[in-house]
Design a protein around this ligand. Sequence first.
Ligand SMILES: *[C@@H]1O[C@H](CO)[C@@H](O)[C@H](O)[C@H]1NC(C)=O
Ligand SMILES: *[C@@H]1O[C@H](CO)[C@@H](O)[C@H](O)[C@H]1NC(C)=O
Ligand SMILES: *[C@@H]1O[C@H](CO)[C@@H](O)[C@H](O)[C@H]1NC(C)=O
Ligand SMILES: *[C@@H]1O[C@H](CO)[C@@H](O)[C@H](O)[C@H]1NC(C)=O
Length: 281
Amino acid sequence: MMSLSGHSVYPHDVLAVICLLTVSQAYVNVALNKPAYQQYPYSPGDDTYKATNAVDGRKSDLSMDGGQCSVSNDRQTATWWVNLSNIHSIHHITIYFRTDHHQWGPDDELTLYFLGFSVYVSNTTDRLQGTLCFKDNTFTRATIPAVFTTTCPVHGQYVIYYNERLPGVTYPDEYSDDVSNDLCEVEVYGCPATGNFGSNCSVPCSDVNCQYCHIETGTCQGCKPGYKGHRCEMGCAGGTYGAGCKETCGHCRDANQCSINNGTCLTGCDAGFKGNLCRTA
Ligand SMILES: *[C@@H]1O[C@H](CO)[C@@H](O)[C@H](O)[C@H]1NC(C)=O
Ligand SMILES: *[C@@H]1O[C@H](CO)[C@@H](O)[C@H](O)[C@H]1NC(C)=O
Ligand SMILES: *[C@@H]1O[C@H](CO)[C@@H](O)[C@H](O)[C@H]1NC(C)=O
Ligand SMILES: *[C@@H]1O[C@H](CO)[C@@H](O)[C@H](O)[C@H]1NC(C)=O
């Protein structure tokens, strides 16, 4: 099939194989088609502007009315988030801003609505309980990119975009008076399941009982329920169980004999108690 002259090699097949290999080694977009929310939706109920447009995988039309962007009203704050359904190991986040297909840059009217934005990863919808991945303090209308990427190797369930123009605060001259969400796509690249790391998400965390390890280094950042210690080397003890050993066994027949994973009493309940956890009198 192949000839050394090179002309009868199938260049498309070779390209396809190379592409497949490239894709299989990359992180996956764990935000794709997940539930999303935005504060102050523009024209509530109109799908053209809904929050989930920013996680629908479409980014060919970056205009307001193209039906591919999440658009909110101009207000003092703008909040948008995606719910990844459960805690994910994240590597980086890429945001496609609405451009209206204008020449992006200093003369564009839209850029000033994005200046000062921040990106958080949180385990709740409250950004302040999470990790701040990025806060813009330096972009100008001339330098803010139309497609923005921030590396944020943490674990979390919600990725939150936030911006504000609060009364009494002095902002740089070129900032807009109000802010809005004008997000056409938010891609959250990471691993589809926890307990693994590496660019293929295929290497198990170095410590056996580690559930959340650093996506690049594998260093443990959180143990499976029932374990504690820097390397999750210790089982819960003294009648405790669960995530972080923060739960206390119920009224088990043999004091403190409960499953360190889920609290089930291993030898049954004390007289007068019932249920798996022996908490019901
Ligand atoms: C996020 O998704 C999870 C899993 O579907 C669900 O249990 C949780 O209620 C959702 N959170 C919000 C704020 O809707
Ligand atoms: C979310 O919870 C996991 C497990 O407890 C923890 O390892 C992680 O640091 C939390 N993420 C954030 C952003 O607080
Ligand atoms: C990722 O997968 C590719 C192809 O299967 C393999 O060659 C590579 O060594 C893997 N990388 C890691 C970090 O596991
Ligand atoms: C609780 O964990 C034990 C092992 O520690 C297992 O045998 C049992 O099936 C678990 N129970 C539930 C309700 O998950």
